[in-house]
Write a new protein. Structure first.
Ligand code: B12
Ligand code: SF4
Length: 431
């Protein structure tokens, strides 16, 4: 079985407002990395992992690769932002390799498998966690078995879309092999820094985010020992300048976070690192510990400086917690990045003015602002009428710009306000 796993090219009009460093950063898809290593551990060694953003490949380059090598099984991941390119890619691949089995997976299609399967060049969609599903799917294809026994997929049979029983989540994440970084070029990983995921899932219900729902509102942690083992392997493999814990909230479980910090120190790992946090999961003791263990930068999704907007968005944090988190982290000398979403329910000229005032005064080092995008799988996407917002569903290519009209502000007004906020950020950076 010849296997190709693809992270498609980013859309060229991605990052329309340069909303942050993420859209174009060549961070590989961990999802594919985990699937690759899992398949290899089961003996499927004839496998290629193609990261278009990393190798700067376009659709034609990938089609050429497929023409050269006759792949039997092609897996394509996507976020909402890369979904249009993923479809285009699959369409072109099917033209030159009609017998290959094409399966889609990842957060976007897990919520949109019905529409995805309307395209006859997509043979199946993996819903939710993908390692065991992909392995079982490949085995079934090899044995020319009926796909009805493969949990966690949707597929087409005689023109009908069949949705199989859902895939139970793995109970012990430590059992998974580490992402197959050895299939990627060392120099790129070294330069972009190493990313590690120490847990899966988020227990919160923010109405603009799909993470909670995607992972069934359940958090599974890897053991600290397992995390440190991976970290040491990454360091040995590519000697990165720094690393990053990309968990939704690295600081969710205080005892475990502190334990990982202790182990970083104990193992004498001297690299600097960064992590994502929530302002209600950090206190002075934790901030001190993070800094002690080499943490340089901490990233908080703060979303708004209006308590009403935070409450409307079910973020579950208070202005007091925001203030304290910044204070604790700055006291320890951490570089603090705050991220905001513009256009959440309750956003008004007044809340935007308050944000600009906040930016002028805050001790935080960096401010990122993103337009509100009702991502598929979120409450805002499924029930926009409940929040009185209007947007056109399904235009995924536009999913990087202001597309939402709110009761108080139109998308044009939000865009104007965004420019005012960016001006305030730039002015502060100059000082
Ligand atoms: C690390 C990360 C990044 C990294 C790497 C992205 C990547 N391609 O993985 C970087 C920094 C580049 C990034 C950028 C962005 N990200 Co991001 N990111 C994440 C994060 C925190 C972790 C992803 C991850 O590694 N998960 C762990 C792995 C194991 O899970 P997974 O990727 O879902 O894969 C599993 C299954 O989905 C499935 N699967 C996945 N792919 C495939 C493919 C096949 C063939 C099969 C069978 C199965 C399968 O199996 C995998 C293993 O179990 C997630 C949140 C989250 N917790 O998942 C957000 C997330 C994916 N990002 C998101 C967003 C919005 C963005 C940005 C738009 C942010 C921005 N404004 O710039 C950009 C867009 C980048 C792009 N052009 O696609 C959203 C996507 C929502 C959506 N509907 O698409 C998420 C879900 C966060 C959120 N809750 O809103 N991100
Ligand atoms: S924004 Fe953060 S805390 Fe809220 S649901 Fe998403 S990952 Fe969880």
């Amino acid at each position: 079985m010849k296997i190709l796993l693809i992270n498609p090219p980013y859309s060229t009009d991605c990052c329309a407002y340069d909303t942050g460093p993420y859209v174009h950063s060549p961070v590989p898809s961990f999802g594919l990395g985990y699937i690759a290593s899992f398949l290899i551990s089961k003996g499927y060694n004839d496998l290629k992992w193609l990261e278009c953003p990393i190798y700067n490949l376009n659709i034609k380059d990938v089609v050429d690769e497929v023409k050269k090598n006759n792949y039997n099984f092609i897996g394509i991941t996507s976020t909402s932002h890369t979904y249009p390119n993923a479809l285009e890619l699959a369409k072109e691949i099917k033209k030159v390799s009609p017998d290959s089995f094409i399966v889609f997976g990842g957060v976007h299609v897990s919520f949109d498998y019905n529409n995805t399967l309307k395209n006859d060049f997509v043979d199946a969609v993996a819903i939710g966690e993908g390692e065991i599903t992909t392995y079982e799917l490949i085995k079934a294809i090899e044995k020319k078995q009926d796909l009805s026994a493969v949990k966690g997929i949707a597929y087409r049979q005689k023109g009908k879309i069949i949705v199989n029983e859902s895939r139970p989540q793995l109970e012990n994440l430590d059992e998974l092999p580490f992402p197959a970084r050895n299939l990627l070029p060392k120099n790129i990983l070294k330069k972009s820094g190493a990313s590690l995921l120490t847990s899966r899932g988020c227990p919160f219900n923010c109405i603009f985010c799909s993470s909670g729902k995607f992972w069934n509102r359940r958090v599974r942690y890897r053991s600290s020992q397992n995390v440190i083992k991976e970290l040491k392997e990454v360091i040995k493999y590519c000697d990165p300048k720094q690393f990053e814990f990309v968990d939704d909230t690295f600081t969710l479980d205080k005892k475990r976070t502190m334990e990982i910090c202790d182990m970083i120190k104990k193992e004498n790992i001297k690299l600097s690192w960064s992590c994502n946090s929530r302002v209600d999961t950090i206190d002075e003791e934790m901030a001190k510990k993070l800094k002690w263990a080499g943490c340089k930068e901490i990233f908080f999704g703060v979303e708004s400086v209006s308590q009403e907007v935070l409450n409307n968005s079910k973020k579950g944090i208070t202005l007091e917690q925001i203030k304290n988190a910044i204070k604790f982290c700055k006291k320890q000398g951490l570089y603090v990045t705050l991220s905001f979403v513009l256009g959440l329910p309750g956003e008004s000229k007044k809340t935007i003015k308050d944000l600009i005032e906040f930016i002028k005064k805050t001790e935080a080092d960096e401010i990122l602002v993103n337009p509100l995008i009702p991502l598929i799988g979120t409450e805002l996407y499924t029930s926009p009428e409940k929040y009185n917002i209007k947007f056109e569903k399904g235009n995924w290519k536009d999913y990087v710009v202001f597309i939402v009209d709110t009761p108080q502000l139109s998308k044009e007004e939000l865009k104007e306000s965004y420019m005012d906020i960016i001006a305030a950020i730039l002015l502060k950076e100059k000082k």
